[in-house]
Write a protein that binds this ligand. Structure first.
Ligand SMILES: Cc1cc2nc3c(=O)[nH]c(=O)nc-3n(C[C@H](O)[C@H](O)[C@H](O)COP(=O)(O)OP(=O)(O)OC[C@H]3O[C@@H](n4cnc5c(N)ncnc54)[C@H](O)[C@@H]3O)c2cc1C
Length: 624
């Protein structure tokens, strides 16, 4: 492997900085711009190759090459303009790009097409194979430094001088005009006005973990909200918090935990933005709350015409149920007031149940007056992949039912309540990775789950805040040929067994590699226009691995439609943040108010300024 000395590296980087800082602000493409100068492009690529070489060697902090690079980059801080050392990788890519962050400016801040800001960053395309290697090394480093690669997801990629953006599924690469990350409300207002005057479409993105192109649209402007992330006000007595919409649950949890408070509803992972969570109306496993809309007091909405409205159950009330669960089509949620609850101490119990008894066992927990949170984890081990622990074991038959009671805090130290990362991450991730390909690994995971629930240590006591957060690094994965995705179906509680039978048969028929499954209860709530909990339902969520080829996608579409039919036949529906595979007819049967939803969209945004692939898929496309 080629090594590089510090002075040579510094020189090369300095050249690139110099070159990049003198670029005109009117150029149209970073790569084209650099090809104007043979010398600069040569140093650009030699630098880039050196970096890739070095980083490919290892990310271990004790690695001499890594240290050499780090110290070289450290010295660059003294250059004018100063250079930061962060290298950003987009793990949602299909055509990989590494982005070198320069001058403390996020590349996301640099508009792409009109090209103000391009002087501050560089992008380099590398081959799929190199990227795969690079990503694997980066992932190792993320483990060592306790960072999640998930934070890299918000970085768009540059291809052929155009920016392409993707989401968590990596199946929706789409060219867009510009990605704008702003922390200024005025800028956002101006941007919507500019879009209107220039007849441009605007889409809104949080952490882009929705999976059907919900956060972008071809040739549109993308508002990356992740820099709009301030905590505006916390009222500790009233237990409320007002935050800007790009903030993550992680940041909120870390702010409120020391004062003994906890978010009422968020997803199973804390990295999502509040705006993205509201716009899909998320839910989780606390039995006392339904979807997140229940916990929202009010929000401020920047509408497509550039006005800012306060929206609540009493003010501009129609927009309350349209913006929440509205997939970014009714306005940019600027900030939100959320109602909080106490961070209590919970005690975990794990019991095994046969899936046919799950609903009745769960009803007992709901009625006992002590259980505050509960969920089920059905076995995803194919039949025969694990020794039978219980009579009813088997794929989607055995269920580990995990429940939590509140217990007194006496004798518990503050460290129990401090925000913690999950233990045995490396081991669990290894098993998760292996289970993408090997049934025996699915079997081992089920044996652990059935005996211990979600903890390998068997610990029973956990704070509410920590119970709510799992580590998404377990799911970090990049492969060119396959990808992971999620689906969720909401089934009336008395139809769960029927649906599970149908679901199992379809997944087995299509040999779908299911990586995990959860059963969560969502009590009836009809406040959101597109409510998925129109009666008391169980959410049946599963993660799976699929091929990225056209054929792989076509097959996933085929079996998804069969499952959607099964959900509808059982009086249920499906979750909308995921791939838009269901047909138009299915979407109307699953969401009887969907046509009305799109009519309201036209009333509130007649010029269709706010636009995304969700709209296109469910409203514009006439096919399938
Ligand atoms: C691994 C994984 C686990 C998940 N677990 C759960 C779970 O436990 N429970 C659950 O309910 N869901 C879950 N989801 C789904 C997840 O909640 C949604 O995809 C959610 O939208 C992700 O938040 P985000 O910040 O990535 O939003 P994005 O995907 O960036 O955006 C989602 C939608 O919100 C809109 N939007 C974003 N910000 C704003 C804003 N400020 N104003 C207006 N519109 C906006 C976007 O336009 C888009 O339509 C999971 C998804 C993944 C990938």
């Amino acid at each position: 492997m080629k090594t590089i000395s510090i002075p040579a590296l510094l020189r090369a980087i300095a050249i690139v900085v110099l070159v990049s800082c003198t670029q005109s602000s009117q150029q149209t493409s970073a790569l084209q711009t650099r090809s104007e100068s043979t010398q600069s492009i040569a140093s650009y690529f030699s630098l880039a190759r050196s970096k890739v070489e070095i980083y490919r060697s290892s990310f271990a902090t004790t690695d001499p090459l890594f240290q050499e690079l780090t110290s070289a980059l450290d010295q660059m801080k003294h250059l004018e303009p100063p250079v930061t050392t962060e290298i950003i990788i987009d793990s949602t890519i299909t055509d990989p790009v590494l982005v070198f962050k320069i001058d403390g400016e996020s590349p996301r801040a640099g508009p792409i097409d009109g090209v103000k800001g391009l002087d501050r960053w560089l992008a380099l395309q590398i081959s799929d194979a190199d990227f795969q290697q690079f990503f694997n090394d980066a992932r190792k480093s993320a483990f060592q430094t306790n960072n999640s690669l998930a934070k890299f997801n918000a970085t768009p990629q540059l291809q052929d001088g155009k920016i392409k953006i993707n989401d968590w599924s990596r199946l929706n690469a789409t060219p867009v005009k510009r990605v704008i990350a702003s922390d200024s409300e005025l800028e956002l207002v101006d941007l919507l006005k500019e879009a209107r005057s220039q007849h441009l479409k605007v889409s809104i993105a949080g952490q882009r973990h929705s999976q059907g192109g919900h956060t972008f649209y071809k040739d549109a402007l993308v508002l990356d909200m992740t820099r709009f992330h301030k905590i505006i006000e916390t009222n500790w007595d009233k237990k409320t918090i007002r935050v800007q919409s790009g903030i993550t649950w992680d940041a909120i949890q870390r702010h409120i935990q020391p004062r003994g408070l906890s978010v009422k509803v968020m997803q199973a992972y804390p990295l999502f933005t509040v705006g993205g969570s509201l716009s899909v109306n998320v839910h989780e496993s606390d039995l006392r709350y339904g979807p997140i809309i229940e916990t929202v007091n009010s929000l401020r909405l920047l509408t497509a015409d550039g006005n800012i409205l306060t929206v609540s159950r009493t003010e501009n009330s129609e927009l309350f149920g349209l913006a929440i669960g509205g997939y970014g089509l009714f306005g940019v949620i600027l900030d939100v007031e959320l109602s909080l609850t106490d961070d209590t101490l919970l005690q975990r119990t794990v019991q095994y149940v046969d899936y046919r008894q799950f609903a009745s066992q769960f009803a007992k927990l709901l009625a006992d007056g002590k259980t505050v949170a509960a969920y089920g984890r059905p076995s995803t081990a194919p039949d025969g992949a694990a020794p039978l622990l219980y009579a009813g074991d088997g794929f989607f038959r055995g269920v580990s039912l995990v429940s939590y009671n509140e217990v007194p805090k006496q004798g518990v130290t503050a460290s129990t309540f401090a925000i913690q990362e999950e233990g045995f991450l490396g081991l669990r991730k290894l098993m998760y990775d292996l289970s993408r390909k090997y049934d025996w690994a699915k079997g081992v995971r089920w044996l652990i789950q059935a005996k211990f629930g979600d903890t390998i240590t068997g610990d029973t006591d956990i704070s509410r805040n920590n119970m709510m957060r799992a580590d998404i690094r377990i799911t970090d994965y990049v492969s060119v040929s396959d990808t992971d995705a999620l689906q969720e179906y909401f089934i009336p509680v008395d139809r769960l067994t029927n649906f599970m039978d149908a679901l199992r048969a379809i997944l087995v028929e299509y040999k779908v590699s299911v990586l995990s499954c959860g059963l969560r209860y969502v009590p009836e709530n009809n406040e959101a226009f597109l409510s998925y909990s129109r009666t008391n339902v169980f959410g049946v969520v599963f993660a799976f691995n699929q091929r990225t080829s056209e054929e792989g996608v076509a097959q996933a579409k085929e079996w998804t439609r069969k499952i959607v039919d099964a959900a509808i036949e059982n009086g249920g529906t499906y979750y909308l943040p995921y791939a838009g595979y269901p047909t138009r007819a299915q979407s109307r049967r699953a969401y009887p108010k969907m046509d009305e939803f799109f009519k309201k969209k036209l009333q509130h945004d007649p010029d269709l300024i706010l636009m995304n692939q969700f709209y296109e898929n469910y409203h514009l496309s006439t096919g399938n």
